[in-house]
Design a protein around this ligand. Structure first.
Ligand SMILES: [Zn+2]
Ligand SMILES: [Zn+2]
Length: 461
């Protein structure tokens, strides 16, 4: 039995882990590297294994940094089966097709524009919509939380609710090879137990070896109530000053969570029902529709409202702007609006236009509600860079900048330690985190042999 690491190693994006057992090859996730342009170019590199040799891909959840290289895997010869929960399949379809459209769009615009640097060749898309549709055909079986699936002789997989985004899972592999058995558990991304919409991550099963994410391995979240309060105050202040509020938003979870909290804010009298809220992200709009179909993953109150046909994500002043022209029209709004748009780390997407039009106006407010990786525009703004470069221009930062970290979709250090404690694992691999966070987390783990794999490193189990 062998375990090797091909992404999110001492890094937060590009998750991809390979298990070899009983002559079979099983991949856990196949995510895209995200962040700066240099990091993005790593996506085009070798996987570190032969895609044609992979028999199964088990997908923990639909975030791009976990499913984004699947179309490329298929393009390079993968012909096996991809297994995920139904909600993950529905969301992954959205996310993967969106990424493919973006790839095609970027390569088209690059071919018209002369490029700086040495080569003037237009950049080819990493993968196309056609590659993605072919990859989506590999989703044949659905995983159900808690129900073991026999992949083949000697490999059994069980998905457990990870409470991170809709459909997310930790995955237990029960491996048998030459009379030796081993329980190998992948955490996937673990959710924040204080999430207002999703169920708390399920306690994981016992395991011999654990591969665990460490995004927030070095810190504790602020309590959710304090964070919600900060959000209401920041919004009321900016709207009261006659400005707009821009919230760079991850489409899959944060957008729905924010809609829920804005709704609650109106009900509790903390926010004005007359405020105009724009969800300016076709993907977030579609994801919001998928939420309504999966009450089984939601906390009791939200599930009840959906079952009763009373959508708890609907607001009096909510507008869905799918079309690009509608999005551009938002540039004319000078005040009174909350605009939520992707990308969450402002690495691309419509939010960059909204930042460009609002960040230099002191009556406005930009609120960051998610993780911001090194090298991203979000991180530059959070770190106080001024001016910041947005869409080719240097823009002075005069708007108030708020970072609210209690809304994280990730478990904090205490929750990660608690989750790890349930597993009783004697050997632990740390992934999906920046190195400093890993070091800190490792120092807090009790009796277990800790490894921090580097890219393409391989271990005998
Ligand atoms: Zn995730
Ligand atoms: Zn992730």
């Amino acid at each position: 039995m062998r375990l090797s690491f091909h992404g999110a190693d001492r890094d937060v994006t590009g998750s991809c882990h390979l298990v070899q057992c009983a002559g079979r090859h099983v991949l856990i996730d196949c995510g895209l590297y995200q962040g700066s342009r240099e990091i993005a170019e790593e996506n085009a590199g070798d996987f570190g294994f032969d895609p044609a040799s992979i028999d199964f891909v088990l997908l923990t959840h639909a975030h791009l940094d976990h499913c984004g290289r699947l179309p490329l895997l298929t393009k390079r010869g993968f012909r096996g089966e991809i297994i995920a929960t139904t909600a993950t399949q529905e969301l992954a379809r959205l996310v993967m097709l969106d990424a493919a459209h973006l790839q095609e769009e970027e390569s088209r615009s690059n071919s018209h524009r002369p490029r700086h640097g040495t080569d003037n060749k237009p950049a080819k898309p990493l993968f196309t919509v056609a590659d993605t549709l072919k990859s989506l055909e590999s989703f044949k079986r659905s995983a159900v939380y808690g129900q073991p699936t026999d992949l083949t002789q000697g490999i059994r997989a069980t998905f457990v609710d990870a409470g991170h985004i809709l459909g997310s899972a930790s995955i237990l592999l029960e491996l048998t090879e030459a009379d030796r058995s081993l329980r190998l558990l992948f955490s996937g991304d673990l959710g924040n137990a204080a999430h207002p919409l999703l169920l708390t991550p399920a306690p994981p099963p016992r395991a011999d070896v654990v591969v665990i994410e460490t995004t927030y391995g070095d810190r504790l979240h602020k309590p959710m109530d304090a964070s919600t309060d900060e959000l209401y105050v920041a919004i009321s202040d900016a709207l009261g000053r006659g400005g707009n509020v821009i919230i760079p938003t991850f489409a899959l979870e944060r957008a729905q969570e924010l809609l829920w909290m804005l709704n609650q804010g109106i009900e509790k009298g903390r926010l004005m029902p007359s405020m105009q809220v724009f969800l300016d992200s076709p993907m977030a709009i579609s994801a919001t529709e998928i939420f309504a179909r999966h009450p089984e993953s939601l906390r009791a109150e939200a599930a009840r409202l959906f079952r009763e046909g009373r959508d708890p994500l609907m607001l009096p002043g909510l507008h869905f702007t799918r079309e690009k022209t509608e999005s551009i029209a938002l540039n004319n709004i000078r005040g009174g609006a909350i605009i939520m748009a992707g990308a969450g780390m402002a690495t691309g997407g419509r939010v960059r236009h909204h930042l460009k039009h609002n960040i230099s106006r002191e009556e406005c407010c930009v609120i960051f509600v998610g993780f911001a990786a090194k090298g991203t525009l979000a991180r530059q703004i959070i770190d106080g860079q001024n001016p910041v470069r947005i869409l080719g221009d240097d823009i002075p930062v005069r708007a108030s900048i708020r970072t609210i970290n209690g809304f994280s979709a990730h478990a904090d250090q205490a929750e990660l330690l608690k989750w790890h404690g349930y597993t009783g694992a004697g050997r632990t691999f740390l992934t999906h985190g920046e190195e400093a966070a890993m070091q800190m987390f490792a120092s807090r783990l009790g009796k277990t042999r800790v490894e921090m794999p580097t890219l393409d490193q391989s271990f005998d189990l």
